[in-house]
Design a protein around this ligand. Structure first.
Ligand SMILES: Cc1ncc(C[n+]2csc(CCOP(=O)(O)OP(=O)(O)O)c2C)c(N)n1
Ligand SMILES: CC(=O)[C@@H](O)[C@H](O)COP(=O)(O)O
Ligand SMILES: [Mg+2]
Length: 622
């Protein structure tokens, strides 16, 4: 049946039995495909019935359907004309793992970063009403994404504008890990007796101020149950001027369709609370929703990850995690902060071993950074472990709350550079550029996992804001030195000496430079290879010395060329009137980089060893 579905119109003809059959086929297709490509399995399995019900009742693309984060949109993609291409999911040249307007008219908003759906949906609804168009706007947002401040900014304004907007809260009590925060408890009605008692006392004292109130209280008192019934998650949304409906079961297509039909033509902002199970319908994902939130390829029968042929080096994340715990056990001032990504950032070990100094603040990067500033002001040493791309959310907090008064916060910036399959919304493409402009901030990038350890150790020694950025993926498998070294701030490292071209590499591209050097040696060239180590402050004296000595400089970094490390070097040479030097900068061009395997992307962008060697040869011919 699924292969016959060319558009959502085809599902409107189906009866309930067929819809349930279709949901089984969709689940099967998603599990089969993601077991090969990897991807966001559990989120997508959790909204299969909800997707069918939404497309059954609403008329996309005339009606706008927005998927917050968009990681749960695989069923949506399968029934909106992408069944045939679904096997290319997240592959280079294939379909994206997130909704993309350039991919389909049914994708009305590009998502990837969480909690944008309500604001964008409200904007669309306002635009629709201003132009007197006849479209509905439906937003699907998860309980995790609802913990972000941006979501509340949207809710607050929606309640004020009172435009037609249907917000479906997909509540599975999971973010990537179990959801956190007072809102999460509130939503799942895990309300403490203390909270209900306090509410009753306040209500009683309020009502007893007037005779009418006395009578209302007397009635309520008699029906204790209705008092509890008053205290529902709906209260919060009703207070924000939403009509709250629910919670309803999120896997019952009949109830979902009936409910959506009933609310479709209601006026004003509506919040429909739907309860789902993350990973629904695939037992390994139901049992391990966190592991199957975003998974690599796996055996569809057992759910076990496909084992690598041989033992692989540790990831930068694992080395960061182990090193931080090692240091935090020695220094009781070290605290760890994540914005809803304890597993992705590697802080789960810290959470297990030093829970009193671990903080998961929910999807709230801005809050995470300013919360860290607060901890630092009290003499602690907070580490904010946030992916490069998500740190973009907290730029003002980095400047205003941490760097302005030079507080000792360490930013552990994981996923720096190209992340691969998640694509343009997730590449850590800009952190060196947006951080380099900020005064008081030291920026480091390790050449390998061993140097990451020393940088973390050094970061705690520097009594100022520090950013350490490292890539998604595995290290080189080098030995990890047990004894920590304090790196001299602002000093680079000459790895190989040479006399005809100076290659200055940032982070893991030091390895690229060393491989390129081997190629160039065969061509009779003798390049110098320098590990930049510090992106800010840069090693001015060393760079000027080698630039003058070799007359040719190439920089290579996995960051936007604009404002990146290469910019810093060219600014330096220009400011110091070092004019007789020929220079090339290798890095990310001024465009968003598509999704695909990291090595494929690096090759297409000229960030592999062969391309670096060719660039050096070409420069030397100038
Ligand atoms: C700004 C931002 N921070 C962090 C993430 C990483 N992230 C992706 S999905 C997710 C959890 C979302 O939870 P929820 O909204 O409940 O959706 P579910 O996976 O439960 O369906 C997180 C933290 C993100 N995409 N955007
Ligand atoms: C959807 C989302 O934003 C996260 O799940 C992200 O895809 C995680 O990235 P990693 O796989 O690099 O941890
Ligand atoms: Mg959730």
């Amino acid at each position: 049946m699924l292969e016959q579905i060319q558009s959502p119109r085809d599902i409107k003809k189906l009866n309930l039995k067929d819809l349930n059959t279709l949901s089984k086929e969709i689940r099967k297709k998603i599990v089969e495909t993601v077991s090969v490509t990897g991807g966001h399995l559990a989120p997508s399995l959790g909204v299969v019935e909800l997707t069918l019900a939404i497309h059954y009742v609403f008329d996309a693309p005339l009606d706008r359907i927005i998927w917050d984060v968009g990681h749960q949109a695989y069923a949506h993609k399968l029934i909106t004309g992408r069944y045939e291409s679904f096997h290319t999911l997240r592959q280079y040249g294939g379909i994206s793992g997130f909704p993309k307007r350039s991919e389909s008219p049914y994708d009305c908003l590009d998502t990837g970063h969480s909690s944008t759906s309500i604001s964008a949906g409200l904007g669309m609804s306002t635009g629709i009403s201003l132009q007197k168009k006849n479209s509905k706007v439906v937003v699907v947002i998860g309980d995790g994404s609802m913990t972000a401040g941006l979501a509340f900014e949207g809710l607050n304004n929606a309640g004020h504008l009172k435009k037609d907007l249907i917000v479906i809260l997909n509540d599975n009590e999971m973010s990537i890990s179990p959801n956190v925060g007072a809102l999460s408890s509130f939503l799942s009605r895990k309300l403490t007796g203390r909270l209900v008692r306090r509410f009753k006392q306040e209500l009683e004292s309020f009502l007893k101020r007037s005779e009418v109130g006395e009578n209302i209280w007397a009635v309520l008192k008699r029906s204790e149950e209705s008092l509890k019934g008053l205290f529902t998650p709906g209260m919060l949304f009703e207070a924000l001027q939403f009509d709250y409906i629910g919670p309803i079961p999120g896997h019952n297509i009949e109830v979902l369709i009936e409910t959506l039909k009933n609310i479709k033509d209601l006026d004003g902002p509506i919040l429909l609370h739907v309860i789902t199970k993350k990973g629904k319908g695939y037992p390994p994902a139901e049992r391990h929703p966190e592991r199957f939130h975003g998974t690599g390829p796996f055996d569809p029968i057992t759910g076990e990850p496909k084992k690598p042929a041989k033992k692989l080096p540790p990831t930068y994340t694992e080395v960061f995690s182990n090193t931080l715990v090692e240091l935090a056990k020695e220094d009781k001032r070290i605290c760890a902060i994540t914005a809803a990504m304890p597993s992705g950032t590697g802080l789960k070990k810290f959470q297990e071993e030093i829970p009193e100094r671990f903080f998961d603040v929910g999807i709230a990067e801005q809050h995470a950074v300013t919360f860290a500033a607060g901890l630092a002001l009290e003499g602690l040493k907070p580490v904010c472990a946030i992916y490069s791309t998500f740190l973009q959310r907290a730029y003002d907090q980095i400047i205003h709350d941490v760097c302005l008064t030079s507080l000792p916060v360490v930013f552990a910036i994981d996923r720096g550079g190209l992340v691969g399959d998640d694509g343009p919304t997730h590449h850590g493409a800009f952190d060196l550029s947006f951080l380099r402009a900020v005064p008081n901030l030291v920026i480091m990038a390790p050449k390998d996992e061993n140097e990451l350890r020393h940088m973390l150790y050094t970061g705690f020694k520097l009594d100022c804001p520090v950013a350490i950025r490292y890539p998604r993926g595995r290290g080189l498998g080098v030995d990890l030195e047990k004894d920590f070294k304090t790196l001299e701030c602002g000093k680079a490292e000459v790895i190989e000496d040479g006399n005809d071209v100076t290659i200055i590499a940032v982070g893991h591209h030091v390895q690229t430079a060393l491989t390129a050097r081997k190629i160039l040696l065969k061509d009779g060239f003798r390049p110098t290879v320098i590990n930049a180590r510090f992106v800010k402050p840069i090693d001015e004296d060393l760079i000027i010395h080698y630039a003058k000595m070799t007359g040719h400089v190439i920089t290579i970094e996995e960051n936007a060329l604009i404002g990146g490390f290469g910019s810093a070097v060219s600014e330096l040479l220009m400011d110091k009137d070092v004019s007789e030097v020929k220079m090339r900068r290798l890095g990310l061009p001024d465009r968003f980089i598509e999704h695909g395997d990291q090595s494929i992307l690096r090759e297409t962008l000229g960030l592999d060893a062969r391309s670096l060697a060719s660039a050096a040869r070409e420069l030397l011919r100038k």
